[in-house]
Design a protein around this ligand. Structure first.
Ligand code: AMP
Length: 145
């Protein structure tokens, strides 16, 4: 999907927001939902999505939505650091299929990195659900207000 076009209500993150399919939730408020990526590129790979916006990407998004989301990204990234003690932390966001986007609902990736541990491939290798639940609980336990 290119950068142009409309929002598809049938995308997988829209279904997660509506509760039609499950996710391994870390935390949420009225605006954002934070959950574990099921095809993690590293241990603790977390996604931050908007619950209210019909933006597909950064270019579509309302500035207010972006403000709320980046605050949620920072809050989550701090909790990931506290919980997992990574050496580095990557925040990424893709716009359009040629840039690597596969789900066309605005979201940010938080990907912890460790020295000498290569990054996994994007969207490959499904995680064990019990491992993800344990990681989500560890991260949630380190959230600050
Ligand atoms: P992007 O390629 O930037 O659009 O990112 C979409 C991300 O969503 C990828 O990293 C996928 O691994 C992840 N993903 C796809 N389906 C699910 C799902 N049902 N639950 C959690 N993460 C998902």
């Amino acid at each position: 999907m290119s950068l142009d076009g409309g929002y598809d209500d049938g995308n997988i993150f829209a279904k997660i927001v509506r509760g039609e399919i499950p996710c391994v939730r870390v935390w949420e408020d009225e605006q954002v939902l934070v959950f574990m990526d099921v095809f993690p590129q590293s241990k603790g790979h977390t996604l931050v999505i908007s619950k209210t916006s019909k933006a597909r990407n950064l270019l579509d998004a309302e500035a207010k939505t972006l403000g709320r989301m980046i605050g949620a990204v920072q809050k989550t990234a701090r909790a990931v650091k506290a919980a997992l003690n990574p050496d580095g932390l990557m925040v990424s966001q893709f716009n359009g299929a040629p840039a690597g986007q596969t789900v066309f609902h605005l979201h940010f990736h938080i990907i912890p990195r460790w020295d000498n541990v290569p990054l996994g491939r994007h969207g490959e290798g499904m995680a064990d659900m019990e491992d993800l639940k344990a990681l989500a609980a560890q991260i949630a336990a380190r959230l600050e207000a």
